[in-house]
Design a binder for this molecule. Structure first.
Ligand code: B12
Ligand code: SF4
Length: 520
């Protein structure tokens, strides 16, 4: 039993996005796992997704409350004025920061919490975790956060509550965190543990704390096609990845194992445990589950074994998070062909939507930045698209254009590749500019230049506010920045059907009139 009855609030802040982006609610799994762990340990903890507010709220006061910010982005979600009254009921305010563009919104949470703490003469500890908070830990600590979790947080959060509950809190006893003492940042280590590839001991994610009915009413998932009237949530069957693309957090996490533990490395839940997570979702009324694994396909045999644990009547799945495409082909007689049996297994357990991260047509870019993970010349991308469509799986794709040293000719090659795939049945294409996000190797490359590093650290929020895959690049690129930003839009408009682009634009943040319900 805890000496003090500490109450924890896990808050997902209101969001800011560019006007040409789409508003979507949170409901990300990180906070659900943290909450699950707190509740399993008998600690009182609540969840608040400030993009939609508490269940029953008028969405015009939350999700549809749009404010143009000074930086040009549009804010959506509960007004900050509502938060002090909520925060003063808690001893710990926790956020999970995985998107750099939301950094400002997390700093806002810490600022409010500290103000409430001062005005009410009540100790409130503010903590965060997730890939962005880890990578920008010094900035988070300078902006009101007391503790940043540097690794998987299910145990860390309990250690934090334990220490804060004790008469003499000792942060050195909390594993893998960053905090400040007398202005100096302290990073704690961890006692060595026996390595395991299995994650089963981890508490169930508290998805029941999500306002699932509100998300259902909105019908806007994190990505992929809108699904009006469908109750949905996320699931993880594994964590980490076998590759190390330089634009992905995995690349740098693997370099920093001493500090971060094995967070980027592959680990998995057992089929039985995955089945339990599915059961829990289904019992809540969920009929669509989004895979949120870093890389779901890494072991085909495992996925085949998982299939019966995933399959349910009236339950479908979506994988819009990227998955390694070389697993969709098999090599026979020296030639790659789509692995129809595997693709049919996916369709068989209910996969209805898949985003294919073909990334780039350029082998040079693929090898340099994307672990050489797919060879579009060898691995029959057209065959993959056709087989998926034949199996009844909706397939879209995202392409990366404008790597820092990529030429315009190479970009056009990728565009033409996308065009071919569309003509062969791919449902839609999107283009993104690779952003050197904090916590990736590409970011470390930029920071290796002292003038850029200084500028970034001095103007953090200016960078963070604009670190967007469809925005203007913040660092030098071979092709002019403006040309890249226009290409992202122009290619998208040119290659997709007008029906698709129009309906997508109709829910952009800049639209004051929101057409609901919208259909695709
Ligand atoms: C699933 C996923 C998605 C999904 C769902 C996102 C969502 N809102 O839930 C989809 C497909 C929609 C998506 C989209 C995008 N994504 Co994404 N996505 C992920 C992914 C793979 C997993 C996130 C997740 O659910 N993890 C599961 C939980 C359990 O893990 P976790 O968050 O790490 O949490 C653990 C620890 O970190 C820690 N922890 C976390 N928070 C806290 C808090 C406290 C208090 C404590 C103690 C501990 C703690 O404990 C947790 C449990 O162990 C991450 C990579 C990653 N691993 O973070 C990329 C990632 C977040 N995405 C990324 C990007 C770039 C995007 C897109 C911009 C891609 C694009 N090109 O369009 C879009 C933007 C979407 C948007 N909302 O704006 C980047 C973000 C980079 C950045 N710094 O901004 C990441 C980091 C991947 C990468 N390339 O490096 N994404
Ligand atoms: S394959 Fe995907 S998850 Fe793995 S390192 Fe590359 S981008 Fe990251």
């Amino acid at each position: 039993m805890y000496k003090k009855n500490l109450k924890v609030l896990i808050i997902e802040p209101a969001n800011q996005l560019q006007a040409n982006d789409k508003a979507r609610p949170n409901g990300t799994l990180g906070p659900a796992y943290i909450l699950g762990s707190l509740r399993r340990n008998g600690i009182e903890a609540d969840y608040l997704d400030a993009t939609v507010g508490e269940i029953g709220r008028d969405l015009n006061e939350t999700f549809y409350l749009r404010t143009e910010m000074e930086n040009g982005n549009i804010r959506y979600g509960m007004s900050a004025d509502e938060l002090p009254e909520i925060f003063c009921k808690y001893d710990i305010i926790a956020t999970s920061s995985i998107f750099t563009v939301q950094t400002r919104m997390h700093f806002e949470m810490a600022k409010i919490a500290k103000k409430v703490s001062k005005e009410n003469n009540k100790k409130i500890t503010v903590i965060s975790g997730g890939v962005n908070a880890r990578a920008l830990r010094e900035h988070f600590l300078s902006n009101g956060f007391d503790i940043i979790a540097l690794a998987e947080g299910e145990t860390t959060i309990i250690q934090i509550v334990d220490q804060l509950s004790s008469d003499k809190p000792d942060f050195t006893k909390i594993e893998r965190i960053a905090y400040r003492e007398n202005g100096k940042t302290i990073i704690t280590g961890a006692t060595p543990k026996k390595g395991t590839k299995f994650l089963d001991g981890i508490p169930y994610p508290a998805i029941e704390a999500f306002p699932l009915e509100v998300y259902q009413k909105l019908g806007i998932p994190h990505a992929g096609y809108p699904i009006p009237g469908t109750m949905f949530t996320g699931i993880q069957t594994s964590r980490g990845c076998q590759d190390r693309c330089s634009f992905c957090h995995i690349s740098q996490e693997k370099e920093e194992r001493d500090m971060l533990g094995n967070i980027g490395f592959l680990k998995m839940f057992s089929p039985e445990r995955v089945g339990e997570d599915v059961d829990r979702a289904v019992k809540l009324g969920v009929t669509r589950i989004y895979f949120e694994d870093d890389n779901l396909f890494f072991n085909k045999k495992r996925l085949v074994k998982l299939a019966p644990y995933l399959k349910r009547d009236n339950l479908s799945y979506s994988l819009v998070n990227g998955a390694n495409l070389r697993f969709l082909v098999e090599k026979t007689n020296g030639m790659y062909k789509p692995d129809e049996e595997f693709i049919n297994t996916l369709a068989g357990f209910g996969l209805r939507e898949l985003t294919l991260p073909f990334e780039t047509k350029s082998q040079e870019m693929m090898k340099k930045y994307a672990t050489g993970k797919f060879d579009p010349d060898e691995m029959d991308p057209v065959g993959i698209v056709k087989s998926l469509k034949k199996a009844g799986i909706r397939a879209g794709s995202n392409f990366l254009i404008g790597f820092r040293d990529e030429s315009w000719e190479s970009i056009l090659e990728t565009k033409n590749f996308a065009k071919t795939l569309i003509s062969e049945g791919l449902d839609q294409v999107g283009f993104h500019i690779p952003v050197p996000y904090p916590g990736t190797k590409d970011f470390e490359f930029q920071m290796s230049k002292s003038d850029i590093k200084r500028d970034f650290n001095e103007n953090l929020l200016e960078y963070a506010d604009n670190m967007h895959v469809r925005g203007t690049p913040m660092f030098e690129t071979k092709v002019q920045k403006e040309t890249l930003t226009s290409a992202v839009k122009d290619f998208w408009l040119e290659l997709n059907s007008e029906e698709y682009t129009k309906s997508t634009q109709s829910i952009n943040l800049s639209k004051t009139q929101i057409d609901l319900p919208y259909e695709h």
